[in-house]
Design a protein around this ligand. Structure first.
Ligand code: GAR
Length: 209
């Protein structure tokens, strides 16, 4: 059974999808052992507490730079004996002291089709604003491993939705969350926990059976 640590910064709907998937058996061979938040008082922490999952708050604002913050995160992940780290709406870019130590063991959900609308500055609702501004007709979400470059690690799963003429960023965000993120993130987590992801030449290949 693999230990899963989930990192959050906000509402935690993706965390909720993971909790539900663990409870209903969609996630096999893994259990969420800890939720770490970069902010106190966020609703994701309430979701974890309601599900009896231990929580730790490591406030980003208490650290002067990304390296110091990332070292604190790494110490906690080591303490938790994390086999898998899931960034579920975690809004801080982690330094290589974490990404190298946990290479191919950190999974992120990004709310667009990488390599579009990604990298530094593309997070949360901003991603959907940019997609609508550009006028794309299809968008979606990407589940990928985290490496030293923002949103550039090996892609595990992607899913799409249509963009409608009268979409607002909020409507598009909701469609992508409901139809892609909340389904594919638990699926990718289970694939990882079941050792069904293989890495070859920095690319991820999943055994969908
Ligand atoms: C989700 O849409 C997630 O894909 C996005 O933030 C939202 C968090 O929602 N993540 C990023 O933009 C990371 N670059 P949640 O807290 O309800 O899961």
């Amino acid at each position: 059974m693999k230990n899963i640590c989930v990192l959050v910064s906000g509402g935690g709907t993706n965390l909720q999808a993971l909790i539900d998937a663990e409870r209903n058996g969609t996630i096999k061979n893994g259990r969420i052992t800890c939720v770490i938040s970069s902010k106190d008082g966020v609703f994701a922490l309430e979701r974890a507490k309601k599900a009896d999952i231990p929580t730790v708050v490591i406030p980003r604002k208490d650290y002067s730079d990304s390296v110091a913050y990332s070292m604190a995160i790494k110490d906690e992940l080591d303490r938790q004996k994390a086999d898998l780290v899931v960034l579920a709406g975690f809004m801080t870019i982690l330094d290589e002291c974490v990404t190298k130590a946990y290479s191919y063991r950190i999974i992120n959900v990004h709310p667009a089709l990488i390599p579009s609308f990604c990298g530094e500055g593309f997070y949360g609702i901003k991603v959907h604003e940019k997609a609508l501004e550009y006028g794309v007709k299809i968008s979606g979400a990407t589940i990928h491993f985290v490496n030293e470059e923002a949103d550039a690690g090996a892609i595990i799963l992607q899913g799409t939705v249509n963009v409608e003429n009268d979409d607002t960023p909020e409507i598009l965000q909701k469609r992508i969350m409901e139809n892609v993120e909340w389904k594919l993130l638990p699926k990718a987590v289970s694939l990882f926990c079941e050792d069904r992801i293989t890495i070859k030449n920095d690319k991820a290949f999943v055994d969908l059976k």
